[in-house]
Every structure is written in C-alpha cells, then in structure tokens.
Design a protein around this ligand. Structure first.
Ligand SMILES: C[S@@+](CC[C@H](N)C(=O)[O-])C[C@H]1O[C@@H](n2cnc3c(N)ncnc32)[C@H](O)[C@@H]1O
Length: 159
C-alpha cells in the first residue's frame, strides 16, 4: 500500500516536472472516450438483460425506441400518477407519446430544451447546431393537449 502510494505520487510529480501533457494532449479526446466506452461496455456486459432487449441490432431504427417505451409503460407505469421529466424534448415526439399514453389526471409532464441550438460543442456537433425544432403545428397540438389535461384536472378532479 505504502509503495503503491509512493509510486502514484512519484509518477504524478514526474509527469508535471517533464510536462508530459505535451505528449498526451493530442490523444486526450481518444483516451477519454476509450475509457468511458470501456466503462459503459463493462456495465452492459454485467447488467442483467431483463425481459426487453433487442441489443445487438444491426438494423437500427429510430422508432424502435417506442417498443421500449411501450414495455416500460406496460410493465412499470400503466396509468399511475407520474411526474414525467424530459431533458431535450426537441420536436416533442417522445414527450407527446407519453402525454397521450398516460391519461392519469394527476400526472404532470415537464419538457426542457434550449430550442435555440446546442449551448456548447457536443462531440462532432458544434455549438449553435439546431437539432430538431418543433414546427408550429406540433407546438399547437402539444399546447392543446396539455391545456385539455389541465382543464380536466381542474374540472373533473374527483373522477
Ligand atoms: C436528440 S434531441 C432529443 C430527442 C427527443 N428526446 C425525442 O425523443 O424525440 C436532443 C435535444 O436536446 C437539446 N439539448 C442538448 N443539449 C442541451 C442543453 N445543454 N440544454 C438544453 N437543451 C439541450 C437539443 O436542443 C435537442 O433538441
């Protein structure tokens, strides 16, 4: 233990003294990504697969995620009272799915997004890159849906 600690401190000190960051800097991104990929891969490998699992799937289809939503809804949520938070709602496709699916008048839905483009660089996507914005039609539909929910919650609270 003492020797291990000694070694760690020595390596750190030598690293700083010989300014080894100059050598490492060009590979920082790749090394950090490799470390997190490895951690995630280990977690995937160790975590029990559960009853819903379509991994590994060569034909990735964006809408397949709703099969997972459907599973979570059926197995875990059903029509219980929920507080739904979505960070990054974009055009509101998933948000709308949950608002329509869970009809419990006590449920609350919260969606967050900058809607003005990414606030900072995110990997290959650059700052200010606008991913998907809701069109006027979708905003209108979502607003009507939410207002109806609020209306029913206020007027039919006891039902
Ligand atoms: C891939 S889209 C999300 C898709 C959506 N959840 C769905 O299932 O349809 C990612 C969204 O996150 C938003 N976003 C990314 N970083 C953000 C940040 N730091 N603050 C707020 N919104 C952010 C983007 O504006 C974008 O609309």
């Amino acid at each position: 233990m003492d020797f291990k600690l000694f070694l760690i401190r020595k390596i750190k000190a030598l690293f700083f003294r010989f300014k080894l960051h100059v050598l490492i800097k060009p590979f920082e991104g790749v090394l950090i990504n490799a470390a997190y990929l490895s951690k995630l891969s280990r977690w995937i490998d160790k975590t029990p697969k559960g009853n819903f699992n379509d991994f590994y799937n060569k034909k990735v289809n964006y809408t397949d995620r709703f099969k997972l939503h459907e599973f979570v809804f059926k197995e875990e949520i059903q029509n219980q009272t929920i507080d739904y938070f979505e960070f990054g709602v974009a055009s509101g496709i998933a948000f709308k799915w949950w608002v329509e699916k869970n009809n419990n008048p006590g449920s609350k839905f919260f969606g967050f997004d900058v809607f003005t483009g990414l606030p900072e660089d995110f990997g290959v996507m650059k700052k200010n890159n606008i991913m998907i914005l809701p069109d006027k039609h979708q905003i209108f539909k979502m607003t009507v849906l939410l207002l109806l929910k609020v209306y029913f919650k206020i007027h039919f609270h006891d039902f």
